[in-house]
Design a protein around this ligand. Structure first.
Ligand SMILES: *Cc1c(COP(=O)(O)O)cnc(C)c1O
Length: 379
């Protein structure tokens, strides 16, 4: 078997056609027809108030954090088990980070430990829907209402996933998607911010357009455009948006293909779970997921490392995931862990991700399954 990558960026086949069209339109900067198509598609599909394409998922998080209008010393509650971008956004906006432990089943923030982390400085709860599986949003939103906090959803991995019939990214005040090449839909580098609280729409457009009201000007709402507030440039190129549009047109096909792989893995590994050799992902009944990731939890760190090595020798790349942020140098500098770290470190040490991408072949899938079964049946 030739080398099996952990990820292959999604490619549908119409990407070049649309990118060529963008070139022929003589419009390759941001907010042209393809950007608009993507924004409107997401607004309709996800029943979202406002969606704006951004240059990355990180940029969508940065925008969200700036829109929260934080002051130095304000605190943001977030899980430690996440990507650096979730934390960076709030550090750049001047806030202190308060990390909370995760649930051992979904690897998402433990909603029962949020309230005890709240102080009179807390302003925001930032949740991460790990592996495209929903956090317990009803509880989180009710805590936010009780303490008058804003909620940012890092839904970078969670496009198309749902919680109690609502799309992830559309439940908090802001939602952030990523279209990095490792995500379900891609444009190379890119993302989107979902603005669910209409109070922030105008401000978000200005922030994204270098502090100008150019978006209003293009809609004919103002006679000329001006520099009206602070801002930055978060518009992706039309070339990237055209690539993404090809994928959004086939969103269900991509999603179903990934789910098929996910379900085949799950069924194949179920016996290992029953024999308590590994743990498999848990999808709560409230959640419809998007097969962003397939992970298994090994018995311990050594077993995981041995499995990764075993698969590497079989030409398959399996990878571990986040090193908890609170123990990273920047995490120590910018934040604190509230309560005890019961699961964040211990489970991240045991977790490993298997190859998962649109278009993985049945042969490759079976090869991965056979080798995984061989490894765990042999220990
Ligand atoms: C991918 C990812 C990001 C960052 O997205 P980029 O588009 O790469 O900037 C942020 N948070 C999480 C949880 C992610 O998985």
């Amino acid at each position: 078997m030739s080398f099996i990558h952990f990820n292959v960026p999604p490619y549908i086949g119409t990407e070049f056609k649309y990118m060529k069209k963008a070139v022929e339109n003589h419009k390759i900067c941001g907010d042209g027809v393809f950007t608009k198509k993507c924004d409107i598609w997401m607004e309709r599909r996800f029943n979202a108030e406002k969606v704006l394409l951004t240059t990355s998922g990180s940029a969508a998080l940065d925008m969200s954090a700036l829109l929260c209008d934080l002051k130095p010393g304000d605190e943001v509650i977030l899980p430690s088990y996440t990507f650096s971008s979730t934390a960076n956004a709030f550090v750049l906006a001047g806030a202190r980070l308060v990390f909370v432990d995760i649930r051992p089943d979904t690897m998402n923030i433990d909603e029962t430990k949020i309230e005890e982390a709240i102080t009179d400085k807390t302003r925001v709860i930032c949740v991460v829907h790990y592996a495209g599986v929903a956090c317990e949003m009803d509880t989180i939103m009710s805590i936010a209402h009780k303490y008058n906090l804003l909620v940012v959803e890092d839904a970078a991995q969670a496009i198309m996933s749902m919680y109690k019939g609502r799309y992830l990214g559309t439940i908090g005040d802001f939602g952030c998607y990523s279209f990095h090449e490792t995500k379900n839909f891609s444009m190379g580098e890119g993302g989107a911010i979902v603005i669910n609280n209409s109070v922030y729409i105008n401000k978000a457009e200005i922030l994204r357009e270098k502090g100008t009201n150019r978006s209003q000007f293009y809609r004919g709402e103002v006679a000329k455009y001006n520099w009206v507030d602070f801002g930055d440039s978060y518009l992706p190129s039309e070339l990237n948006a055209a690539y993404l549009w090809a994928q959004l047109e086939k969103a269900d096909e991509i999603n179903n293909n990934r789910l098929e792989t996910w379900n085949i893995y799950y069924e194949a590994f179920r016996p290992l779970m029953i024999e308590q050799k590994i743990e498999l992902p848990v999808i709560p009944e409230t959640c419809v997921h998007n097969a962003h990731m397939f992970y298994i939890k090994c018995r311990d760190y050594c077993t995981r490392q041995a499995y990764i090595q075993y698969m590497k020798e079989k030409n398959v790349l399996c990878v571990f995931h986040y090193v908890p942020l609170h123990s990273a140098p920047a995490g120590v500098k910018f934040g604190r862990f509230n309560g005890t770290d019961e699961y964040t470190t211990s489970i991240s040490d045991r977790l490993v991700r298997l190859p998962m991408y649109y278009g993985i072949s049945a042969e490759e899938r079976q090869y991965i399954i056979n080798n995984t079964l061989n490894f765990f049946n042999g220990i």
